[in-house]
Design a protein around this ligand. Sequence first.
Ligand SMILES: *[C@@H]1O[C@H](CO)[C@@H](O)[C@H](O)[C@H]1NC(C)=O
Ligand SMILES: *[C@@H]1O[C@H](CO)[C@@H](O)[C@H](O)[C@H]1NC(C)=O
Length: 491
Amino acid sequence: MAAPTCSLSVLSYLVSLCLLFSLEKGFALQYKQTTNSHNTPQHTYTVQLSSLLPDSICSTSTVPNHEASLKVVHKHGPCSQVHQDSITTHDHTQILQQDQSRVKSIHARLAKKSATTAAATGRIHQQDATTIPAKSGAVVGSGNYIVTVGLGTPKRDLSLIFDTGSDLTWTQCQPCAKSCYSQKETIFDPSKSSSYSNVSCTSADCSQLKSATGNTPSCSSVTSTCVYGIQYGDSSFSVGYFARDTLTLSSSDVISNFLYGCGQNNQGLFGGSARLLGLGRNKISLVEQTAQKYNRLFSYCLPSSSSSTGYLSFGTTGSKAQYPIKYTPLSTLSASASFYALQVLGISVGGNKLSVPATLFQSAGTIIDSGTVITRLPPTAYSALSGEFKKQMSKYPSAPALSILDTCFNLSAYQTVTIPKISFYFGGGTAVDLDATGILYAASLSQVCLAFAGNSDDGDVAIFGNVQQKTLQVVYDIGGGRIGFGSGGCS
Ligand SMILES: *[C@@H]1O[C@H](CO)[C@@H](O)[C@H](O)[C@H]1NC(C)=O
Ligand SMILES: *[C@@H]1O[C@H](CO)[C@@H](O)[C@H](O)[C@H]1NC(C)=O
């Protein structure tokens, strides 16, 4: 986009750093981060609501020099090849509802053992049983960030949602034996790829599908080809041949014999993309399949707005962050080894630490997920956060709730607003300031909401979602057993 002018103004003792962002939809807002002359960090961000610019043009930031870097774009923005028209308040409600389905499916997957026990004793609610397939090992793919990779020989470009909460990579495939939903790009045709091969039913790779998808693979009798099936909590699914083909990340990063699902029966609301790039921790995820090459190290930066771009890099911590990467130990949840877990110990709002005991977060556990939009907290912690945020925002008129977001403000009468900074305290003594774009979710300027929600139970796992990760360089150093965060990874 013709980058709206971002002025660096020096006013007596104030230096304003100006950042441009837009909140999920076609609005651009300007943020000023203030620091005083003594370099004491301020506990607020000054947000300039100077313009409601529909961002219809993509402003591409440079992808890091490292070879194995992919451009990350928002599914609903002008930088996406598969994007639809600009999104409405109705779409926001839908995105947030789908996000809630994803969170439910994550909780169901983590509670699988106890759910099975509950079902056996007849305690499972009908509603849960209908919305979450009992056997589902997959979480709903509501993820909204897309990368473009090449598949096959010659390579064909496909836009895939990248998802650290999923393991199996899959795409729709010709001849769509049963069904394909409409996608913007040409559907991949394995018969036109010289490097394509089917995985046999008897191979160890085929047996691995059970833990990655929750479903026992079946076998196509004609050619003894392994058949995967994956269903999501929102009743979408993909069934097809488990296959191998060449995956091209960049001209010098070509992965041969990459295992993925070649979908022949695909249904669901997949928003035009060809589907999923699985970055979870199971053996068949891209991260594990490339463990030799990239040493289980990858990093990404999610852009501040749908009209700017971020990146996803393999084999590097990336090097763009303006500040050093701060690390926190990576852990594993006993209920599922697929998720990336970390420890949240506390949260502060405008410099005030919430009086919520660290044990509350520790007993629930926390995962970091690229596919969950809104951060979910134990309800006790969320209500403390919301209460403190409202208190510090008390001069602004409130607005009705937006789906799962209940702390909203009508800011349409303002040029500038001052919002409290929010910081997360992670295990290992790591404090991370969220970017201003990681605090608010705006449907419109008359409905700007705190971008957090509470779980229904303090015992449910908390999720550090993708709004909160915006502009942070997030490093997954699996070998090193740590997750890192750097400020200013992208704009
Ligand atoms: C893969 O298996 C399917 C199902 O049996 C078959 O139709 C297809 O021709 C096979 N493809 C290759 C390249 O062997
Ligand atoms: C928001 O505030 C503006 C200006 O104060 C007012 O005109 C408008 O009706 C309000 N909108 C809502 C949805 O409350």
